[in-house]
Design a protein around this ligand. Structure first.
Ligand SMILES: Nc1ncnc2c1ncn2[C@@H]1O[C@H](COP(=O)(O)OP(=O)(O)OP(=O)(O)O)[C@@H](O)[C@H]1O
Ligand SMILES: [Mg+2]
Length: 232
């Protein structure tokens, strides 16, 4: 996308807070978080349970929204737009990998990968071809017609990585992508993320996986009690 050459930052958060109302109580998810991520960076966020990591990722991915502050993704202030725009923007520009995979249980592996491509206007034959190519990159060509329950955890997460690559997004967001995987599957997913970053994608990962935190060239932050602290 040629406009991407002119984009200044992949992500910019300015004094972003998120407060949830639960009954009469207020729960603070994020406290005045400031963060700038350049295009092509590999950002890793770790921190204790409940510190706000998923909240931060969901806000960057447009799944959740800030209570205060400005959120710019690819220089676009996504909070200023309605849900229709945000949904299209999210599908086009960001790929999301969830801790629990979140594959659609009634769709096969290849159909799950095709799912985010629906807005592209291409024929279903063309979409299937693209989705098959993505499944090939994660080593699952021979599992394309399997339903999620017919796949191992590691295979499901690799389908989720392929789905996150649909529409060739410039930003890939991953929430504890290796947390539920065995050693070998975690290694494959880690290498896929590193490869996406080498190919120029901005990668934003929440993780406790020391092998991701140890990857060369990453920028590491820690979240503590809704605040973001730079480590590297
Ligand atoms: N939808 C919600 N409604 C109310 N409170 C929420 C909501 N989402 C998150 N929270 C609260 O915000 C805080 C941050 O939650 P978050 O899910 O971001 O933590 P986390 O760092 O991802 O934790 P974990 O490592 O356990 O996944 C927690 O106190 C949580 O209870
Ligand atoms: Mg979380």
């Amino acid at each position: 996308m040629e406009e991407l050459d002119r984009v200044r930052h992949a992500v910019r958060l300015v004094d972003v807070s998120r407060v949830y109302s639960v009954g009469k109580a207020q729960v603070v998810g994020l406290r005045r978080v400031n963060l700038t991520v350049d295009m092509g960076e590999f950002v890793v966020i770790s921190g204790p349970s409940g510190s706000g990591k998923t909240t931060l990722l969901n806000i960057v991915g447009g799944i959740d929204f800030a209570s205060e502050g400005r959120v710019l993704v690819l220089d676009v202030p996504i909070g200023d737009y309605d849900e229709t725009f945000r949904a299209t923007f999210r599908l086009t520009n960001t790929g999301f990998i969830f801790q629990s995979y979140n594959l659609i249980s009634t769709l096969t592996a290849v159909e799950n990968v095709m799912f985010p491509m629906q807005l592209s206007g291409k024929s279903s034959g063309a979409l299937r071809e693209e989705a098959m190519a993505l499944l090939k990159t994660v080593g699952l060509s021979d599992r394309s017609s399997h339903l999620p329950w017919q796949l191992s955890s590691g295979e499901q997460q690799r389908v989720a990585v392929a789905r996150a690559m649909a529409n060739d997004p410039s930003i890939v967001l991953a929430d504890e992508p290796t947390a539920n995987l065995d050693h070998d599957s975690a290694k494959i997913v880690r290498e896929l993320l590193a490869e996406l970053n080498r190919r120029g994608k901005t990668v934003f990962v929440v993780t406790h996986d020391n092998d991701i935190i140890g990857l060369p060239g990453i920028r590491h932050y820690e979240m503590l009690n809704g605040e973001l602290k730079v480590l590297v």
